[in-house]
Design a protein around this ligand. Sequence first.
Ligand code: ZN
Length: 198
Amino acid sequence: MNYYPKPLGKLVSELSKLPGIGSKSAQRIAFDLLDWSREDVMELAKSLVNAKDKIHYCKKCYHIAEEELCEICQDSGRDPSVICVVEDPRDLIAMERSGSYHGLYHVLHGTISPMDGRGPDEIRLKELLERLKTEEVKEVILATGSDMEGETTALYIARLLKPILKVSRIAAGIPVGGDLEYADEITLMRAMEGRQEL
Ligand code: ZN
């Protein structure tokens, strides 16, 4: 049985694909949208397509960017001799919010997890190694999460890089099993300041 007229059913089913949105929330949002003005709905629709069309990954660090290079890579005020390696653009944003770091980044877009069949080729590690060949980097800070995958990834990268340059790991303080994204700014600041050389 169809509970909704077709266009509304389609909207509910599309909305329920969003992370954290179950069918009940999708229904609530869909009904709310019906009460919006046509202009506001158009703004939302346009911003979805626009973000999808305009946002891609920075050619250098793989953070999200509107141009070829992200704003951080373009910023001449940043220290190019330090690269902080994170799992995900959201972790980078969390680190930026903490205001405790002024170097460059490298976003891996994932973790190494042999248990889940994810090897080093499935993250942007080759790209990091390429960068180290051409950029004058003195230190790589591993800021992957403190869960098993984050630790495995940090360990793997540390083994690769230690013979070449200084490698450090952000300090504990990030709750074990925790995602950088959810750590508060002071915790992140302390984690960065208390990093230890590997
Ligand atoms: Zn970048």
